[in-house]
Ligand binder design. Structure first.
Ligand SMILES: [Zn+2]
Length: 143
């Protein structure tokens, strides 16, 4: 079994503050209903017509487990950041009217969500948008 290695807190009495090498990722899933159309596809493409989706998306954070708390972030913190964005901009809205989502593809929605939450969740690693049960887009920040 691999032995545990700890980083000591140099600022105080040597308290253990962070377990080394215990990188984990956590994810929380959210849902909303919204309408959209894709204005840049061919005029006869089905996505050019106004339609709706039961969107799902996942916010994934990564970091080392804190030995103090045993987690990298409270799931409730993610909820506090993301839910107001859903209620104010996404749920039961016409996405094309949302600033920054004039062409609301899954790709653009994933980037838009990243930009909305990154400031409050600096451990953000990935946004996954599920437009349908079988179609999804993953964004991990610009490379
Ligand atoms: Zn669609």
């Amino acid at each position: 079994m691999k032995s545990l290695q700890y980083q000591k807190d140099s600022s105080s009495q040597g308290n253990i503050i962070e377990e080394q090498g215990r990188y984990v990722e956590i994810a929380k899933e959210f849902r909303f209903e919204a309408a959209h159309l894709l204005p840049k596809v061919a005029i006869d493409h089905k996505c050019r017509r106004l339609h709706g989706h039961s969107f799902r998306f996942e916010v994934c954070l990564g970091g080392n487990i804190s030995s103090e708390t045993g987690w990298i972030r409270d799931f409730a913190d993610i909820q506090k950041v993301v839910e107001p964005i859903i209620f104010q901009h996404l749920d039961h809205y016409y996405l094309n009217d949302v600033f920054g989502l004039e062409n609301p593809t899954s790709e653009n929605l994933a980037v838009w969500l990243w930009e909305q939450v990154k400031g409050d969740l600096p451990e953000l690693k990935q946004i996954t948008v599920f437009e349908t049960c079988t179609s999804r887009c993953v964004y991990r920040g610009d490379k």
